[in-house]
Design a protein around this ligand. Sequence first.
Ligand SMILES: *Cc1c(COP(=O)(O)O)cnc(C)c1O
Length: 231
Amino acid sequence: MSGGIEGNIGAVLGRIERAALKSGRKAGDIMLLAVSKTASPQLVREAFRAGQRHFAESRVQEARAKMKELEDLEIDWQFIGHLQINKARAAVGCGFSLIHSVDSKKLLLELEREAARAGRVQRALLEVKLSPEETKHGVEEEGLMELLIGSGKTKHMKIEGLMTIPPYSDRPEDSRPYFRRLRELRDRAEGEGFRLPELSMGMSNDFEIAIEEGSTIVRVGTAIFGERGQA
Ligand SMILES: *Cc1c(COP(=O)(O)O)cnc(C)c1O
C-alpha cells in the first residue's frame, strides 16, 4: 500500500493540530514521536521520506540493529521501553537523544555512570506509574520526589520531564485522569524548583486527550505503522 504511511502521518498531524487548537496550544509545541518498535527499517525509511524525524524503539538490541541499518538517515532516535540495569551501557552507547523510561534510582545511577564513561550528557524523563497494575513499570508517586532529588545530583543525566502509560482502555477519556495527574505532579515538582518542561504522554488511541492535558511528546505507533507494521 504505497502512500499508506505518508497518509497516516498526515492524519496524525491533523489530529494533533485539532487537539492543540481545541486546547489553545500550538501544534508546534507538541512533538510527534513515531514508535517504530513493530516497523521494519523499510517502513521507517518510508516515514522518514514523508518528513517524520523522531522515532522511538522499546528494545535496545532491536534499536541498535535498526539504527545501524538506517544510519544514512538523520533520525532522532529515542528510547521508550523498560530498561534493565544491565542494558544501561548499551542504551547510552546507542546515542538516544532521550530515554523516556528512567524508573529507579539504581537505573538512574547506572546511566549516570555510563554517560560519564562515554563523556556525554544523557537527556531523560522519569517514568511514573500511576496505576497499580503488576505489569507496569515506573516509579510510584510517593517515590518521585526522592528520585528527582537524586537526579539533581547527577552530572551526566539531565532529567527534563515525566512520562506515563495509563492502563489500556478503548475509551480515550479513561486516560484523562492519568494524564492530568502526571501534569499535576510535574507542576508540583516545578514548584519545588525542578525544571521539567516535557510531558511524554498519549498513544495512538488517546493522544488528543493527552494534548488537552498538556502533553509535549505523543508516542504514536499503530496509527502510523498499523497493527504489526507490515508493508
Ligand atoms: C508501543 C508503545 C507506544 C505506541 O503505542 P500505540 O498504541 O501503537 O500508538 C507508546 N508508548 C510506549 C511506551 C509503547 O511501548
